[in-house]
Design a protein around this ligand. Structure first.
Ligand code: HEM
Length: 107
């Protein structure tokens, strides 16, 4: 849905200070967000994660629409001890839109 993706691109403005996505995306304050769907939590090479996210990945947990929505709604509630300094996206519409936007950069 192109409208949803366009809405998601706007929501991504809230993430851009720390994250890159798309061609040439690199780790910044946060890890790059390419191929996020199905990606093991906290396992991008060369990025130093909190213990909270590293341990979730060590337990073989991966990102999917459900876990991403829960994390983005309240990062510190979903992953106690995360160093992602972001209050969260309270609106379900914003979460749906950002997930549609990020899905474009997943295989
Ligand atoms: C981690 C998404 C906003 C800093 C993550 C992860 C995702 C994500 C999916 C986990 C990645 C992985 O497991 O490899 C987003 C989205 C945002 C957002 C969609 C906007 C809605 C921000 C902002 C900052 C930030 C504004 C900086 C102020 C970080 C950091 C981590 C992280 C430092 C690593 C967390 C840790 O190791 O505990 N983000 N993020 N993010 N993000 Fe964000």
């Amino acid at each position: 849905d192109p409208d949803l993706i366009a809405a998601g691109e706007k929501v991504f403005r809230k993430c851009k200070a720390c994250h890159q996505v798309g061609e040439g995306a690199r780790n910044r304050t946060g890890p790059h967000l390419n191929n996020l769907l199905g990606r093991r939590i906290g396992q991008i090479d060369g990025f130093k994660y909190s213990k909270a996210l590293t341990e979730m990945g060590d337990m073989e947990k991966s990102w999917d629409n459900h876990s991403l929505s829960d994390f983005l709604e309240a990062p510190k509630g979903y992953a106690k001890g995360t160093k992602m300094a972001f209050a969260g996206l309270r609106s379900p519409e914003e979460r749906e839109a950002i997930l549609a936007y990020l899905a474009q950069f997943s295989e």
